[in-house]
Design a protein around this ligand. Structure first.
Ligand code: ZN
Length: 686
């Protein structure tokens, strides 16, 4: 038996200041879940580590805004995030949190180890201070104008518009987020990690050592950081909330959140495996892999490795397969603007459709460049791929077996050359999918999985068992035997991507779960009885999809006004042409059919006609701008559609009460909108 390999897989610790949205899931949680599930199926020793990042200024700012303590604030979001991950089958071995005691102790010990080794430099500097609130202002507590793009609400650490990394003193016209007043500069002492000293080692480790195996986006970002020169970075902050600095005389100081957060991976491992956690962090045979979004590359490839390297006892990441960003309907996802699809809301709206979302997100993972989620795209992928390809194949195979052989797996006859070719293609599937997952190409892996279902569909279509059954039952036995075995492969190989559906297929086949290397030959033997057949996926109708689009649309105008005009321009939802309305809005219109009883020109107005329109219960006066297209006499007696509840308007001194509907094509010719047959006046149009 091959030697068991050991993997420590981490997923970025999400900030406990909101829910989990699609961008999070696609960026840093679905890819490692696929990877880890695959590794487990291979019998590898793998730990999948994550937890809530509960420190940092966004937490204290959020708590302040909600009028609760930071601990109450993080408790709320920690639970919400944990539940979302569980519901979507993200199979962490532990989902911990950085407000835990074990984490505070671990992070403090780490700091002390480095302090005692003389790694840090101490610097007293002038920092911004809010005199009214009597506190030093962390980067996020300061806003001002970005020196790079001129955005007026850039934070002290980063401009959210242009992405430039900043320090508070870069900002023009800084103000305190707390008091709104310009801050003053005051002396304070901090401990710095002299990153510039690590530069030669980082160059060798990353630029020479990982040119081949790290993703180009990750390698490129590291190179650009290194080429622009590394600066000392403060590892402590003046704040009340966080891991206290474990040195005497440091009241009011905590560890920098990006010092303590990655150590959270280690603390969580300790919590999970108190007796043997060290082999997952200190044994050279262990592969450490960090799954993150691209905004965290510098912390996981430069800063945290420098800390681990300085400590000396720890392994370094073997790979950091960072993803780019997922956009939503053409616009950047944003928690603060609520431009997001939240997992807890998705679960409410689409219960038991976790695999549908996992599938769609995997198929568009931003692996090499930013990608876009749209509800229309979601609907298309569910219907034309999950339902029509995977679901259809599994369903047809099982239903035909029930129908012809009473749900018992038939004995195959002689295999044709085409059967042999099909078997060879089946046997290739686990290798192809596995190779793609191991190279962190999850989209490609999913495509290979779907190719197996496509192979099955084609095999059925080529062999037409539903026709052949009339003349050659023996042949149908072979065809279904093979199709059932393809279905068994699909049960096993879909597990990393679609864990809920995989379990369903296993159940329908009454098959034991198998390991990846067991997916070879025939998994189902003749005479085995199938379980109960259920539909794997349901068609996604228009209505719920439109409801989701409307929900986003309702968010858009009020939260983005004046904040991000450039991305608004790009968004098909932000500026629909014309803007779509909800059904409720449409239903407010009172549209009716009426007959024009009289029409005259309006004096001194070339374009206007004054019409008398009989709406059944009343005759209305309507002024309409159609005089250039119709003679008055041609209109009399015609039925037309009328917007009956349009607010009355005075036009050239005449009160117009309604509007008649017309259609105009490219030639400019105007036609009346009429019922195809005569209807009674006042009939409702809907
Ligand atoms: Zn900027």
């Amino acid at each position: 038996m091959a030697e068991v390999k050991r993997y420590t897989v981490t997923a970025a610790l999400p900030y406990a200041n909101g829910g989990i949205h699609l961008g999070h899931l696609a960026g840093a949680y679905i890819p490692p879940d696929i990877y880890v599930r695959y590794r487990r199926l291979n019998g590898d020793d793998v730990l999948f580590i994550c937890g809530s990042d509960e420190h940092g200024v966004p937490i204290t700012l959020g708590a302040r805004k909600e009028g609760i303590t930071p601990q109450q604030f993080v408790n709320k979001y920690h639970e919400l995030m944990k539940k979302s991950f569980e519901a979507f089958g993200i199979s962490f071995d532990i989902y911990s949190r950085t407000s835990n005691k074990v984490h505070h102790e671990t992070a403090q010990q780490f700091f002390l180890d480095l302090y005692n080794k003389g790694v840090f430099t101490e610097e007293t500097s002038l920092q911004y201070y809010d005199e009214q609130e009597k506190m030093f202002l962390a980067d996020r507590y300061i806003q001002g104008t970005c020196p790079n793009c001129g955005y007026e609400k850039a934070y002290g650490d980063q401009c959210e518009r242009c992405g430039t990394s900043l320090s508070p003193k870069d900002l023009k016209n800084p103000v305190s987020v707390l008091s709104g007043l310009p801050p003053v500069l005051k002396e304070t002492k901090h401990w710095y990690l002299p990153l510039q000293n690590f530069e030669p080692w980082l160059r060798e480790w990353i630029l020479d050592g990982h040119k081949e195996d790290w993703k180009t986006n990750v390698y490129g970002q590291c190179k650009s950081w290194l080429d622009s020169g590394l600066q000392p970075r403060a590892m402590t902050r003046d704040l009340e909330w966080g891991v206290k600095v474990p040195l005497p005389g440091t009241e009011g100081k905590v560890l920098y959140v990006w010092f303590d957060a990655p150590i959270g991976y280690i603390s969580a491992t300790k919590e999970l495996r108190p007796d043997d956690w060290e082999k997952y962090w200190k044994n050279k045979d262990t592969q450490l892999i960090h799954f993150i979004g691209k905004d965290n590359i510098v912390f996981h490839c430069i800063i945290f490795p420098s800390i681990l390297h300085a400590h000396g006892e720890y392994i370094l990441p073997a790979n950091v397969p960072a993803n780019e960003f997922l956009n939503l309907e053409g616009d950047k996802l944003s928690t603060s603007r609520n431009w997001a699809v939240w997992l807890h809301e998705y679960l409410n709206d689409f219960p038991n459709k976790q695999d549908e979302l996992r599938y769609v997100l995997t198929s568009i993972l931003p692996e090499t460049s930013d990608s876009d989620f749209s509800w229309k795209g979601y609907q298309t992928a569910v219907n034309s791929e999950l339902v029509s390809i995977l679901g259809n194949f599994v369903n047809r195979t099982l239903v035909l077996t029930k129908k012809y052989f009473d749900g018992k797996i038939p004995e195959p006859g002689e295999l044709t050359a085409a059967d042999d070719a099909c078997i060879r293609a089946m046997e290739e599937a686990p290798k192809k999918i596995g190779a793609a997952i191991e190279s962190f190409r999850m989209r490609e892996a999913l495509t290979e999985l779907m190719n197996l279902a496509r192979l099955g569909n084609k095999y059925l279509a080529d062999n037409e068992p539903w026709k052949v059954i009339a003349t050659d039952e023996k042949r149908v036995k072979t065809v279904l035997f093979l199709s059932l075995n393809i279905t068994a492969y699909l049960a096993a190989l879909s597990e990393p991507f679609l864990p809920f559906s995989s379990e369903k297929i296993y159940g329908m086949l009454k098959l034991e779960r198998c390991k990846w290397n067991e997916v070879t030959g025939f998994l189902l033997e003749p005479h085995h009885h199938l379980g109960e057949t259920k539909l794997l996926f349901e068609k996604m109708e228009d209505e719920p999809v439109i409801a989701q689009i409307n929900k986003l649309q309702a968010i858009k105008p009020k939260t983005t006004a004046g904040t991000n005009t450039e991305s608004e321009k790009k968004s098909p939802i932000a500026n629909p042409k014309p803007e779509s309305v909800s059904y409720d809005d449409f239903a407010k219109l009172d549209l009716r059919v009426g007959t024009i009883e009289a029409a005259v020109k309006v004096a001194k107005a070339d374009k206007l006609l004054q019409l008398k329109v009989n709406l059944g219960s009343e005759v209305r006066t309507i002024v309409s701008g159609i005089a250039e297209h119709f003679t008055p006499e041609s209109l009399v007696g015609k039925q037309v559609c009328v917007v009956a509840n349009l607010a009355p308007r005075k036009i050239k001194g005449i009160e117009s009460r309604g509007m008649i509907l017309t259609a105009q094509d490219e030639s400019g010719a105007l036609k009346l909108l009429q019922p195809s047959e005569q209807v009674s006046n006042g009939s409702v149009v809907s």
